[in-house]
Design a binder for this molecule. Structure first.
Ligand SMILES: Nc1ncnc2c1ncn2[C@@H]1O[C@H](COP(=O)(O)OP(=O)(O)O)[C@@H](O)[C@H]1O
Ligand SMILES: [Mg+2]
Length: 248
């Protein structure tokens, strides 16, 4: 029987397996991520969280199983394929280039060109600056100038720029892998606020964290993994931190 995933799911995975030489990192994971929902993904080190999200981000291919995006089975060959499907990933050490400006980082890989000469595109710098200012304002981030170098920003501000980028390009799914690691309390609160706001904007969030309080503060649902398997999948209002801890 062809399983197209749950009808209201934006992404479904079915029976995903992944091996790294001898290590069976994912052992038949099936999950649905719905529109307008923030899902917390928790589990000890080695549980398989990063492996799962790296598959959704197009970085790894599963050895077995299916990834279904908006009802269609997909075979992603790289991060670009995931981005084209509206799936954006924000890593703890995110994919920012410190020596480049905020504006250039927001448009990295998607730079608008004015015209090309002999295969070289002339970048539309003005448009990148203008749209960056808007993108940053849209996520309620306060930064001096789109020309500031990303290397001069704090960890929390960098996460903010990464989120602004994902929002600007209208991502449908935002994956955040340990986004609050190494952030100050204030910056952590800001990232949690961002995640809480995503559902209202029609964006599905997958929030990986080892801090259960952060998950309970911003997610609608929690999925716990252990040793490559899903061991709990519950709505936040139908479970507790203690119940989740007990299965890990
Ligand atoms: N590139 C890799 N090569 C070999 N083993 C890996 C690799 N990435 C992850 N693993 C192994 O796969 C398992 C799951 O790891 P991972 O997905 O990173 O878990 P988590 O993100 O939950 O800590 C672990 O046993 C880990 O050691
Ligand atoms: Mg990990």
């Amino acid at each position: 029987m062809l399983d197209a995933g749950a009808p209201d799911a934006i992404i479904s995975v079915r029976n995903l397996h992944k091996w790294y030489s001898g290590v069976h990192a994912l052992k038949g994971v099936s999950l649905d991520f719905r529109r307008n929902e923030a899902v917390g993904l928790v589990g000890d080190n080695g549980a398989g969280k990063s492996t799962l999200i790296n598959i959704l981000a197009g970085l790894h291919q599963p050895d077995e199983g299916e990834v279904i995006v908006e009802g269609s089975r997909v075979a992603m060959r790289g991060p670009r394929d995931a981005m084209d499907l509206g799936i954006e990933t924000i890593y703890q050490y995110n994919s920012m280039v410190p020596s480049m400006s905020i504006a250039r980082n927001i448009f990295i890989g998607r730079e608008p060109v004015l015209f090309s000469i002999g295969g070289f595109g002339i970048l539309d710098e003005k448009r990148m600056r203008r749209e960056s200012v808007q993108a940053i304002a849209d996520v309620d981030l306060h930064l001096r100038s789109p020309d500031a170098l990303v290397g001069e920003l704090s960890g929390g501000q960098r996460q903010g720029v990464a989120i602004a980028r994902a929002m600007h390009f209208r991502s449908k799914v935002m994956i955040l892998d340990e986004p609050t690691n190494h952030l100050s309390v204030k910056e952590t609160a800001k990232v949690i606020g961002f995640v809480r706001g995503l559902a209202a904007q029609g964006v599905t969030a997958i929030f990986i964290s080892h801090n259960m309080h952060h998950v309970f503060a911003c997610c609608d649902r929690v999925v716990a993994m252990a040793l490559g398997e899903v061991v709990l999948d519950r709505r936040i209002d139908e479970t507790s931190i203690d119940e989740v801890h007990a299965v890990l």
